[in-house]
Structure formats: C-alpha cells, structure tokens
Design a binder for this molecule. Structure first.
Ligand SMILES: [Mn+2]
Length: 105
C-alpha cells in the first residue's frame, strides 16, 4: 500500500483515531471502515468506527463489527469518545451531509 507522505507524517506517532462513514451504512462503508481500523491498530494506533445509524445484521460477522459505535443508539457515549480523538477519517462519502446528526452535535 502507498501511504501519502502527509498521512505518513501524521501517523508517525500513536494517534487516537475516529473513522466515520455514512448513514445507513452499506457493505462498502462497513468494510472500508473496519479495514481502516484494523490497519491503524496494526500500526499501533487506537481507533474506533462511528456510524450515524445502525448497520444491517448481515454484516455482524465481520471482525470488529461488534465494536462499531452507533450515534442513533448511544449519542452521549459517542460524544465522550470523540472528544478524545485527534485524527478524523471519513470513508465512503459522496456528500458530507450523509454524516447526519453527528455533524451538528
Ligand atoms: Mn456506501
């Protein structure tokens, strides 16, 4: 994998990372978010995946799916966790409005 220099610099020391994807997450949102989480964790970072709304049951088997944070279900817990994050990664967005309520809180 080729990592852009600016991203490589950012991730040169351990970071606490939030990974976001869109409301009504589909397979590409879930797969890309969890893959990014596992990649970052392997590099020694701490990361969590945040979705505005829940994902379909058919994706529960994916490694790490049980640890995805759902804003609609636990907004206060999401806020507490997000306050500690210093790097924010957005995956599978064609419009930032799809972040829904997470964007205005
Ligand atoms: Mn998608």
């Amino acid at each position: 994998m080729v990592i852009p220099p600016a991203l490589k610099d950012l991730l040169a020391s351990p970071k606490n990372v939030a990974i976001f994807s869109h409301r009504n997450p589909d397979g590409d949102a879930i797969g890309s978010s969890l893959a990014m989480r596992h990649f970052l964790d392997q590099l020694g970072h701490t990361s969590h995946v945040f979705f505005p709304s829940d994902y379909p049951e058919e994706f529960e088997f994916l490694p790490g799916a049980e640890d995805i944070q759902i804003w609609d279900i636990h907004p206060e817990e999401c806020k507490d966790m997000l306050r500690k994050k210093s790097v924010f990664i957005f995956l599978d967005f064609n419009s930032l409005s799809r972040i829904d309520k997470m964007g205005i809180s």
